[in-house]
Ligand binder design. Structure first.
Ligand SMILES: NC(=O)c1ccc[n+]([C@@H]2O[C@H](COP(=O)([O-])OP(=O)(O)OC[C@H]3O[C@@H](n4cnc5c(N)ncnc54)[C@H](O)[C@@H]3O)[C@@H](O)[C@H]2O)c1
Length: 213
């Protein structure tokens, strides 16, 4: 992962971005890329140490960033993080809703608690985060939201039934926001990555590899 010096005239100069799940993996890579293009970056995550590491990498390269602890399944924590980020960098015009996780196991062995947990982390989090963001962005002249879905929203993967369900749900959320809030100046897109070697994919998150193997 590169950590090159920010260009003050980059494509995101003057933009303020919020990234959920920016402590590690693709979220960290995106935080570094946004900062390199000139955006001020707020990272919301549950991993304080790794989140601060991302912030330090950005600052060391001459960029601006701050970490705010938030469990994105909890409305109060999300709202507090948005309030703190607003106080730090002013109105934001970019949201990368990326935090998420996976469970890899046969459908018939998946418990109700596991279903609830995965839906909370992947789906409820997007509902809570985007609900707040569309309100703020509408009041501030608009912005751009990107939601991380997955190729698992389009295809069915063995052992990933609930994960596929969750990623289908957030893909639909992105489609809906893009129509419902277009007159408020808000664009919304989903990205649907294939397999990327991060903690999530190589099994450090839930003890078993996702469907690449
Ligand atoms: N890696 C892949 O192959 C792949 C493929 C398609 C989609 N995705 C999606 O990418 C996203 C992140 O995955 P990654 O591959 O970058 O892995 P990752 O595990 O490195 O990153 C996930 C980040 O989300 C954070 N997070 C998890 N639960 C949270 C919570 N409750 N509150 C706040 N933060 C929380 C983690 O701390 C971590 O920083 C997920 O939405 C995942 O579905 C990953």
């Amino acid at each position: 992962m590169t950590n090159s010096v920010k260009t003050p005239n980059g494509r995101l100069a003057g933009k303020v971005a919020v990234i959920t799940g920016g402590a590690t993996g693709m979220g960290r890579a995106t935080a570094l890329a946004f900062a390199e293009e000139g955006a001020k970056v707020s990272i919301f995550d549950i991993q304080g140490g790794e989140g601060q590491k991302t912030v330090d990498m950005i600052r060391d390269a001459g960029g601006e960033a701050a970490f705010f602890h938030a469990d994105v399944t909890k409305d109060a924590e999300i709202n507090q993080a948005f309030d703190d980020a607003l106080e730090t960098f002013g109105p934001y015009n970019v949201l990368f809703n990326h935090a998420g996780t996976i469970i890899v196991k046969p459908l018939h062995e998946t418990t109700e608690d596991e279903y609830d947990w995965l839906m909370d982390v992947n789906v409820k989090s997007a509902f809570l985060t985007c609900r707040r963001a569309v309100k703020d962005m509408s009041a501030n002249g608009g912005g751009s939201i990107v939601i991380t879905s997955s190729i698992a929203a389009e295809l069915g993967y063995a052992l990933e039934s609930v994960y596929c369900m969750s990623k289908g749900a957030v893909l639909q959320l992105a489609r809906t926001i893009s129509t419902e809030y277009r007159d408020s100046g808000i664009r919304c897109n989903a990205v649907c990555p294939g397999f990327v070697e991060t903690a999530l994919c190589v099994g450090r998150v839930f003890g078993s590899k996702c469907g690449l193997n």
